[in-house]
Design a protein around this ligand. Structure first.
Ligand code: KDG
Ligand code: MG
Length: 389
């Protein structure tokens, strides 16, 4: 089998997605996603001008070989742009392999370890009452992991005292049972994060995410040591970035993003190392990844012994009433069908028992939605200096 066509399609059904389409000489087509939020055009160019032309004539069954060649033969390897391009190719190759073998990707990865992948839902709002109402709506749908977003997904500066008060209120209102999660987007200093983790011990968080900026992993030594579990890794652009955190057991959850860390191939290797250190997975699943990556991630989740929880993007939510602005993006379903869906009452995602990833892409519809630049948030501290988001 050989690759006879390789195309990148940037589409915008509600938001920008960069898709990879690989076609073989036997008529099989595989789909991948190479979306890098806010820098989509950089990846599109890398794929179109550099990566995809080199794939033509290659045997798509040799996923590991293609991975190694795309990663190492660039010489200037890694980084968000090149590794997102590589991830898109890798996911499309797994889709193709499943289609060729007539097996779902989770079977290629060793088979199911679970019936569904439990998800966490984002519950934001301007005050504790709204957040509690949104948590209750999710709980009514069987979702047991709730990410409390004290500032919604807004650009606002993070006031740590306010965050602690809101999280405490939410815990008091909901009782001990629901699993509560908190993401501080690296906005705390190491010592602030350590204090935050200790102050939240009695709340019993499921995890505290990105307590500090990821550039200096040693900073997590300062944060470590409280009873609050830590989750880090959505910014990792290769599995080696997470390796010291896993090996030194500085974190409890790896949060790699399949579309940035190097695809299914790299995320699976990272998960295997994590398993040996009793670290579970909580793979990234924001709405800036398309249903192709969500499906790829859930195939992996379903196959892993050390799966922890899966983030739920907004387009995969049940359409229940929420008291915050609905972020629901129905146009995404004009382009993508199948893939991961929530299983009623379980609060978990499952994928169809179909060959490959089980996602269908309406390519003509995808071409109709044209790319538009969508600037990323640019939050500032009260004194005007740059803050993380
Ligand atoms: O593109 C950036 C988003 O994916 C990020 O803000 C989402 O932090 C995030 C999360 O935990 O999903
Ligand atoms: Mg995050």
């Amino acid at each position: 089998m050989e690759l006879v066509d390789a195309e990148v399609i940037t589409t915008r059904p509600g938001r920008n997605y960069v898709l990879v389409r690989l076609e073989t000489d036997v008529g099989l087509v595989g789909w991948g996603d190479a979306t890098l939020n806010g820098r989509e055009k950089a990846v599109e160019t890398a794929l179109r001008d550099h990566v995809l032309p080199e794939l033509l004539g290659k045997d798509p069954r040799r996923i590991e070989d293609v991975w190694q060649s795309v990663f190492r033969h660039t010489y200037w390897r890694g980084g968000p742009v090149l590794n997102t391009a590589l991830s898109g190719v890798d996911v499309a190759l797994w889709d193709l392999k499943g289609k060729a073998a007539e097996m779902p990707v989770y079977d290629l990865l060793g088979g199911r370890t679970r019936e569904y992948a439990s998800v966490y839902e984002h519950c934001g709002g301007p005050d504790a009452e709204t957040i509690v109402a949104n948590c209750e709506a999710a709980l009514d749908h069987g979702i047991e992991h709730l990410r409390v977003n004290p500032h919604g997904e807004s650009e606002e500066y993070l006031d740590l005292d306010a965050v602690v008060n809101v999280v405490r209120r939410v815990r008091e209102e909901l009782g001990r049972e629901p699993n509560l999660l908190l993401d501080v987007h690296g906005r705390a200093t190491p010592v602030e994060a350590a204090r935050l983790a200790r102050r939240l011990e009695d709340v019993g968080l499921f995890f505290l995410e990105d307590p500090v900026r990821p550039e200096n992993p040693d900073a997590l030594e300062t944060v470590r040591g409280s009873g609050t579990p830590l989750a880090v890794g959505e910014l990792a652009t290769d599995p080696w970035e997470q390796l010291p955190l896993v090996e030194r057991e500085l974190i409890d959850f790896v949060r790699a993003d399949v579309v940035h860390v190097g695809g299914i191939t790299a995320a699976d290797k990272l998960a295997a190392v994590a398993e040996l250190h009793h670290v579970r997975t909580a793979f990234h699943g924001p709405s800036d990844i398309s249903p192709i990556v969500l499906a790829a991630t859930v195939h992996l989740d379903l196959s892993l012994a050390n799966f922890g929880v899966q983030e739920l993007p907004e387009y995969a939510r049940p359409s229940y009433d929420r008291e915050e602005l609905p972020l629901w993006n129905p146009e995404v379903h004009d382009v993508f069908s199948g893939g991961a869906t929530l299983v009623d009452e379980t609060g978990g995602l499952d994928v169809p028992d179909e060959p490959g990833l089980g996602v269908t892409v309406d390519v003509e519809r995808a071409r109709e939605f044209e790319y538009e630049s969508q600037p990323l948030p640019s939050p500032r501290n009260p004194d005007g200096s740059v803050a993380d988001w």
